[in-house]
Design a protein around this ligand. Structure first.
Ligand code: TYM
Length: 330
């Protein structure tokens, strides 16, 4: 059976980008496939969180996963740092990952520009750790948003390289997966910048109260309004429509498209509708979140059971890897 794996860095709460980029695709797949969903807490170390940050954020995000509908009966839900086998594979993959190709990764270059005082080796080798996450379960499908495409290309490259180097077909070539027909999805920010992201500070979080969501959406950047019929939309307006296409019904989107095309669109009306549709989409998650947050024992149990299942799969892969490379198993 094909294996599916996805993960999220626990650097804050889940936002609409995480939800529509990765979680919703995963929810469908967990019904049919052998699925792993994990919390990438080692990845978050590149920005040096405190021990309290690490503990709290893993638990926060676990509760949010469950509130979104990830089902520990169907999928293996675990915390990356509970599966040390990943690190050993990370080491092996690093031995055939080259400085030049790692330095060329766009997200590395961006991070190096944004945090010039902390260009650590973990940032550089972020793609090899991500590849290790995927390959440790020999995953075939990886639900991710568009922003992860370059990391996914690296994971495919490392998988092929290992197979060629040792003349084996141990690792499948992991494919990005998206439910959207156009491939990887990118949820835009409402501040006119590219994507919704934690470090961009432009997120609508799943846990945001309705009043907060309304306020954020009403503040979305717009322009003077449509000037000529059927004109192409500038990026800030296209962004509003992109979000609307994700959370609203087709009828609603068509209605506002029509208003844009005949130059009668009032952004205030569109934003009000968009805010209400985001609230409707996220309300059930918020309600369930309150329940899960009040059950820390349940969260601990889910993480413990997830870790056991994940380690079983990871250690099976690792013993094959060790044998392939020429090491004894311990
Ligand atoms: P992270 O934590 O930045 O984001 C988690 C997931 O959410 C998606 N995403 C988005 N999708 C669409 N539009 C957006 N605005 C948006 N923002 C975030 C991301 O594409 C991602 O799917 N490197 C990963 C975490 C990771 C991982 C892995 C993922 C580590 N190992 C192995 C898959 C497999 C990351 O930083 O995602």
């Amino acid at each position: 059976m094909e294996i599916v794996l996805s993960g999220i860095r626990p650097t804050g709460n889940l936002h609409l980008g995480n939800y529509y980029g990765a979680v919703t695709s995963f929810l469908k797949l967990q019904e049919e496939y052998n699925c792993y969903f994990f919390i990438a807490d080692w990845h978050s170390l590149t920005t040096h969180p405190t021990p309290e940050n690490i503990q709290n954020s893993a638990r926060t995000i676990l509760a949010e996963y469950l509130a979104c509908g990830l089902d520990p009966e169907k999928a293996t839900i675990y915390i990356q740092s509970d599966v040390p086998e990943t690190i050993e594979l990370y080491l092996y993959l690093n031995m055939s990952a080259y400085l030049g190709e790692l330095e060329r990764v766009t997200s590395f270059k961006e991070k190096a520009r944004k945090q010039p005082d902390n260009v650590n080796a973990g940032l550089l080798t972020y793609p090899t750790l991500m590849a290790a996450d995927i390959l440790i379960h020999r995953a075939h499908k990886v639900p991710v948003g568009k922003d992860q495409e370059q990391n996914m290309e690296m994971a495919r490259k490392f998988s092929r390289r290992f197979n060629q180097m040792y003349n084996t077909d141990l690792f499948p070539e992991p494919q990005s997966f998206s439910m959207s027909s156009e491939g990887g999805i990118k949820i835009p920010g409402l501040d006119g910048s590219g994507k919704m992201g934690k470090s961009e500070g432009n997120c609508i979080y799943l846990c945001d109260e309705p009043s907060v969501i309304r306020k954020k959406v009403m503040k979305a950047v717009t322009d003077a309004g449509p000037q000529t019929p059927n004109s192409p939309k500038p990026e800030v307006i296209a962004n509003l429509f992109t979000l609307m296409r994700v959370v609203s019904s087709n009828d609603t989107v068509e209605y506002f498209e029509g208003k844009w095309n005949d130059c009668t669109l009032r952004y205030g009306d569109m934003k009000k509708q968009l805010a209400e549709d985001i609230i409707t989409a996220t309300n059930p998650i918020r309600e369930r979140l309150v329940e899960y947050n009040s059950q820390p024992d349940l969260l601990d149990r889910v993480a413990r059971i997830g870790a056991e299942k994940a380690r079983e799969s990871a250690s099976a892969t690792l013993s094959l890897v060790r044998k392939t490379i020429g090491f004894r198993n311990y």
